[in-house]
Structure formats: structure tokens, C-alpha cells
Design a protein around this ligand. Structure first.
Ligand SMILES: NC(=O)c1ccc[n+]([C@@H]2O[C@H](COP(=O)([O-])OP(=O)(O)OC[C@H]3O[C@@H](n4cnc5c(N)ncnc54)[C@H](O)[C@@H]3O)[C@@H](O)[C@H]2O)c1
Length: 293
């Protein structure tokens, strides 16, 4: 059985670990925060059991969950066929992890990052073998989103890139090959430029966030509006990605106002804490921020 090490057990890492376990991989999941790791394992169990009840996972939940184990540190890289890094969007931290992985993982093991914005070549520069570093950019919630961008860094070998495409297919996902390593890759560049315009429209009092979301759904056929996407992704993550894009000179993709930063400082981190652009009831129902109900 092929083995995958997932580093970072937050919203994305937990989802990636779940999908890998559902696809028959032996999965090691690690996080520097013991509570986050424990929560991730509990969330994955809840999700796999729910999907099994709906017939969307055909194996017994115990079988899927039996392939997953929480781990401390990065040592399991030494026996893994794939490593996927999904820690917070901080270039320095990710580079430290890639440097350590480069020593621990066997030479043939590809090292992937789930970064939303940081060019893969910058992360690969922390390793002695940038040929085996690539981007695997999943979308959240991972069990339900079919797309994964497969990003070729400047030095990623053709073999590793092709293996990345095949790996994504083995998870039942759709690989979108990205042949040039630019900040934000493809889909996030488009999302962030749309979000920037939407944020300015609400900053100027022209429209409410909920009416933009309705507009994008009913007018353009989006399944979900930009503010719903931001709340689901986590506004702290959205803010970090915006800052990373800005640091890379992509100011034109980042909203001019500090609205998201102010919201994060007020604890409005999105769906995960029950408040963001919207409010959420305990059973997950989304309500406009200023509604009485
Ligand atoms: N949220 C999204 O919708 C989304 C989508 C695609 C990609 N991403 C990217 O995925 C990555 C993770 O995002 P997220 O939304 O899961 O964030 P998150 O905050 O939910 O989870 C990040 C996790 O990383 C852990 N962590 C921090 N430092 C660590 C370390 N040194 N070693 C191990 N674990 C560490 C944290 O404890 C946390 O549990 C980021 O690079 C983000 O840009 C996010």
C-alpha cells in the first residue's frame, strides 16, 4: 500500500488526508498543534461515517479510518511515497519544512505543497533536489471539490509533474496542469481579482455581500458566491494569502481596504468560528451578518 504523509491538519490537510485514505493510501497526518491534530482525526471520522451513510464511501468507515494515523513530527517522510505540505501560508515556515523533508524523504518521493499563492520554485529553493518539488493545490472542502491544480516549478522534473497528475487522478480528482510557476497559479488569481472588486463594491456601500453572492449564483451560474467562498476558506487564511500575494508584488489581486484584516482581528474568521461575512447557527445555517433571526 502506498503511503502519504500530510503535514498540517487544518481545514485543508484534514481534507487531503481524508481523500487519500478514502482512495486506498496509508496516510500519516501530522500537525505542530496537538489539539488541531486531534480535532482533525475526529472531523475525518465524522465525515467518513456521514459519507458512508449516504453511500458516497463504499468501504466500511473502519476500513478507511484504519488507514489513517496521527503522527508527531516529520519522521514518517522516511517511509512515504508522497509528502504533501498544508501548513499555514507562511513562506519562511514552509521553506523550513521543505528543507527538513529534503533530508528525511527518500530521493524518489515527490514533495508537494498545497500553497495557495507562493511560487513552488521559492519553496523548492530550500531543497537540494528542486526537481522533486511540485504544487498540488487542492480546493476546500477537499472531499467535495474535484479540482487540484498541479503546478510545475521552474526545476520540477517532467517525471515528477506527470506523477503528480496521475496521483491526483488516483484520488478521483481532476488535475489542472499549470505550466508556469506564477503567484496564485490560475484559479486563485481569478478568484482574488473577483474578490478584490467585490470587496470594493461593498466598501463603497453599493451592494451587500449577500446580494453579491446571490448575484453571482443567479446571474453567472456560480455554485457559491465569493463571500461564501471566503467564509468557507477561513478569513485568516484569505488574509495570509492576500499578504503573501502582496509580498510577491501582486498588489492588483489584493483588496485595497483593510476590511478582512479588521474582521480577523475581531475574531470573524469565517464558518469555522460561526462568524465571518455571514453568521452561522450551531447547525451550520448561514444568515446575513446583520439579520435578527
Ligand atoms: N482554506 C482554503 O480554502 C485553502 C485552499 C487551498 C489551499 N490552501 C492552503 O493550504 C494551506 C493550509 O490552509 P488551511 O486553510 O488548512 O489552514 P489552517 O489554518 O486550517 O491549517 C493550518 C494548520 O497548519 C498547522 N501548522 C502550523 N505550523 C505547523 C508546523 N510547523 N508543522 C505542522 N503543522 C503546522 C496549524 O496548526 C494548522 O492546524 C495554506 O498554505 C493555504 O494557503 C487553503
Amino acid at each position: 500500500m502506498k503511503k502519504v504523509l500530510v503535514i498540517g491538519a487544518g481545514f485543508m490537510g484534514a481534507g487531503i488526508a481524508q481523500v487519500c485514505a478514502q482512495s486506498g493510501y496509508r496516510v500519516f497526518l501530522t500537525d505542530s498543534n496537538a489539539e488541531a491534530l486531534e480535532k482533525a482525526v475526529a472531523d475525518i471520522k465524522w465525515s467518513v461515517e456521514k459519507l458512508a451513510r449516504k453511500g458516497l464511501v463504499t468501504e466500511a468507515p473502519e476500513t478507511v479510518l484504519g488507514r489513517l494515523s496521527p503522527e508527531q513530527g516529520l519522521m514518517k517522510a522516511a517511509e512515504s511515497d508522497w509528502v504533501i505540505e498544508a501548513v499555514i501560508e507562511e513562506e519562511g515556515l514552509k521553506k523550513e519544512i521543505f528543507e527538513e523533508l529534503d533530508h528525511l524523504a527518500p530521493a524518489e518521493t515527490p514533495l508537494a505543497s498545497n500553497t495557495s499563492s507562493i511560487p513552488i520554485s521559492r519553496l523548492a529553493s530550500a531543497t537540494k533536489c528542486p526537481e522533486r518539488v511540485l504544487g498540488l493545490h487542492f480546493f476546500g472542502p477537499v472531499p467535495f471539490m474535484a479540482l487540484v491544480e498541479v503546478i510545475k516549478g521552474e526545476k520540477t522534473s517532467d517525471d515528477v509533474f506527470e506523477r503528480g497528475v496521475a496521483f491526483v487522478q488516483s484520488l478521483g480528482k481532476w488535475p489542472l496542469p499549470v505550466h508556469r510557476d506564477i503567484p496564485g497559479f490560475v484559479i486563485n488569481r481569478i478568484l482574488f481579482s473577483a474578490f478584490r472588486e467585490c470587496a470594493e463594491l461593498i466598501d463603497e456601500g453599493i451592494v451587500t455581500p449577500e446580494n453579491i453572492d446571490v448575484g453571482m449564483r443567479l446571474g453567472l451560474g456560480w455554485n457559491i458566491g465569493p463571500f461564501e467562498i471566503a467564509d468557507n476558506a477561513g478569513l485568516d487564511t484569505f488574509l495570509r494569502v492576500g499578504k503573501a500575494m502582496k509580498a510577491l508584488g501582486e498588489d492588483h489581486l489584493v483588496p485595497r481596504s483593510d476590511r478582512v484584516e479588521r474582521m480577523v482581528n475581531e475574531g470573524r474568521l469565517g464558518r469555522k468560528v460561526g462568524k465571518g461575512f455571514y453568521r452561522y447557527t450551531a447547525d451550520g445555517k448561514r444568515l446575513p451578518w446583520d439579520s435578527d433571526s
